[in-house]
Design a protein. Structure first.
Length: 198
């Protein structure tokens, strides 16, 4: 009997740029079928979606170039369980405090983020965080690489993780946004959380 949380579920990973393979491997280890999403029609029929890390301005341009921007907004806004990590968090956010010229987000998640808030890549860090709502927390092994910071969260957004007192993980409805990279440490907590929403 297979009790992996991804059993029977198809999870899309936006595969235009960034840490696609690591997310796919982690999801497959949890029993999910992974679909690499590069075209609008590949969003249809998904049980959940991952927006991976990468470069936020590049990912923004590519989603528009490949005609994925509006289909992503429609799917995520329509309740498709979605996990955004690092750049994926920036893509989900309603506002970016310091956008590059012309940079757009999907505007689905009620947070304001600051890009590269933890400094350059040489300041990358790996640490253990508490994950979950108060009284029901577990440890998560997290890697921060040029990570964004959530500087403001709207009402209805639950804080799931903090680092040095700052918000680095949130949930709003079926959307999860995190500043860090669990796929690089092999920690499955956030992905299990996503699959539990599917």
């Amino acid at each position: 009997m297979n009790h992996l949380p991804g059993t029977g579920k198809t999870v899309g990973v936006l595969a235009l740029q960034g840490g696609v393979a690591e997310h796919a491997t982690l999801l497959e280890s949890l029993g999910a079928q992974v679909r690499l999403v590069k075209k609008p029609e590949q969003i249809e029929g998904l049980d959940a979606l991952v927006l991976p890390g990468g470069e936020s301005t590049v990912l923004d341009r590519l989603t528009r170039l490949f005609g994925l921007r509006q289909p992503l907004i429609d799917a995520i806004g329509g309740g498709l369980p979605t996990l955004g990590t690092c750049t994926g968090l920036i893509m989900l956010a309603d506002q970016v405090e310091d956008p590059a010229a012309g940079q757009q987000t999907l505007g689905c998640l009620g947070v304001t983020v600051r890009r590269n808030a933890f400094g350059p890549q040489v300041n990358s860090a790996e640490t253990t965080l508490s994950w979950g709502k108060q009284g029901d927390q577990v440890d998560v092994r997290a890697a921060f690489i040029r990570a964004p910071l959530i500087v403001q969260a709207s009402a209805g957004v639950d804080v799931l993780a903090r680092y040095r007192g700052e918000i680095v993980g949130v949930q709003q409805g079926k959307m999860i946004g995190i500043s860090f990279h669990p796929e690089l440490t092999g920690d499955t907590t956030a992905h299990r959380h996503l699959l539990g929403l599917a």
